[in-house]
Write a protein that binds this ligand. Structure first.
Ligand code: FMN
Length: 427
């Protein structure tokens, strides 16, 4: 067997692409519409720079921190994803890898493995839900999560049911019966290593969501559960405050971009938010979270934990996010590609790649700890940041822009009449 170690997330992605059937790889790549947000999520990190020192560097660096009450050995946690059909061990392999590398795991309610198995592999597991079903069914889901050993709840609210991609969405069957297996056979046969990994377990991916099963009811299929979610009226802030009261442990609201939403989330009693756009899978043209992070941290960072996700591909990205105020980051595709490439060892590998990258950036920046990072550690180009959801006072007109008594006002010379709530560049 060749060397399975990979040196970068980019290489894990290449290996995932070679190993996975086209439709599974395409489902992981995801993104929506024109991919403007998907590209900005990573492109924005490239715009931020470092100014490294060359002497006086620190011999030892500290990467440990806490998120939602859990101690983690590096400021990177596993973001919840429905990893259907990527690897037969799925989320259990991810949980084992996260535990081996001393970090926490977010488990999606659309995951392929039961919560109890994941918690057995990694006790630092947070369960993730969407606003879906009735209040009664949500309460039952939370009870099962508590009984299953989840040590925190992640509520994801940024999904906007955007179902189109300019580069095409994969066809994914409701279930793998004989008919769909025949239809998908060419794809499976073109990826023999992936197929063999399933055949060795004696099973094919079953595309069901065990954590959404109601007692005494059959386990729903992925699309069955998705249909229920689509039909659920979206929540109000009062609903979120109610949901928060149903869970007595740490509670993260995932998917915040706007300052006003961050303030409302704080007021609803959440313990943490993730500044996130779901990896660019939702409303396209939403700016990269790294651009919005600073304004959100300034608004609520003193009251609740602020983490961010979307676009993390290297340790340097993690350091940039921490410098701009994130407590930690969550990763999605980086570990999914690694899982596809090499199972549990692949996820351990990707966490090591990130750890080494964080350590290397800390060394060059002359810090002994991630907690010493500040915005001064990054070069932020003008116009980089975005402040979403803030009432911006109208500019005070300068004497030159005030029209003379007799002159006819033009569009340019009229100051904005009212404060406006818009997305504006800010530093
Ligand atoms: C294939 C895929 C499935 C996802 N499923 C979920 C999910 O079930 N629940 C959730 O909260 N977020 C889900 N996400 C979003 C991730 O948790 C995370 O926000 C996103 O992947 C971060 O962006 P990144 O992939 O660039 O790191 C999913 C993302 C991808 C790519």
């Amino acid at each position: 067997m060749g060397n399975t170690w990979f040196e970068s997330v980019a290489e894990a992605q290449r290996r995932a692409q070679r190993r996975l059937p086209k439709s599974v790889y395409s489902a992981l790549l995801a993104g929506s519409e024109a991919g403007v947000t998907y590209r900005d999520n990573t492109g924005a990190f490239d715009e931020l720079g470092f100014a490294p020192h060359v002497a006086g560097l620190k011999e030892k660096r500290e990467l440990a921190t806490t998120v939602l009450g859990q101690e983690i050995s590096l400021p990177v946690i596993i973001s919840p994803t429905g990893v259907q059909a990527v690897h037969p061990d799925g989320e259990v392999a991810v949980a084992r890898a996260a535990a081996a590398r001393g970090t926490a795991m977010g488990l999606s309610s659309f995951a392929s493995k039961p919560l109890a198995e994941v918690v057995a592999a990694n006790p630092r597991t947070f369960f993730q839900i969407y606003w879906m079903g009735t209040r009664e069914s949500m309460v039952r889901r939370l009870e099962r999560a508590r009984e299953g050993g989840a040590v925190g709840l992640i509520v994801t609210l940024d999904w906007s049911f955007s179902h189109s991609r300019d580069w095409g969405s994969p066809w994914i069957p409701e279930r793998l019966d004989l008919k769909t297996m025949v239809k998908m056979a060419p794809q499976g046969l073109s990826r023999p290593a992936w197929l063999a990994s399933y055949l060795r377990t004696g099973k094919l991916p079953d595309l069901s969501v065990p954590n959404l099963a109601e007692p005494g009811q059959p386990v729903p299929t992925f699309f069955g559960a998705y249909g229920e979610w689509m039909q659920t009226p979206p929540p109000s802030w009062d609903d979120i405050a109610w949901l928060r009261q149903q869970w007595d442990g740490p509670f993260m609201l995932k998917g915040v971009s706007r300052v006003d939403d961050a303030l409302r989330a704080r007021d609803a009693g959440v313990s943490a938010i993730s500044v996130s756009n779901h990896g660019g899978n939702n409303l396209d043209s939403t700016p990269a979270p790294i651009r919005a992070l600073r304004s959100v941290v300034e608004a609520v960072g003193g009251d609740i934990e602020v983490v961010m996700d979307s676009g993390i591909r290297r340790g340097g990205d993690v350091v940039k996010a921490l410098a701009l105020g994130a407590r930690a980051v969550m990763i999605g595709r980086a570990y999914l590609w690694a899982l596809a490439a090499n199972g549990q060892a692949g996820v351990e590998n990707v966490l090591d790649v990130l750890r080494n990258g964080i350590d290397s950036a800390l060394l060059a920046l002359g810090h002994t700890s991630i907690h010493d990072l500040t915005p001064d550690d990054v070069l932020i180009p003008s116009g980089f940041s975005r402040t979403l959801g803030v009432v911006v006072p109208a500019p005070t007109p300068s004497p030159e822009s005030v029209p003379a008594a007799e002159s006819v006002p033009t569009a340019e010379s009229v100051p904005a009449p009212e404060p406006v709530s818009v997305s504006v560049p800010a530093q």
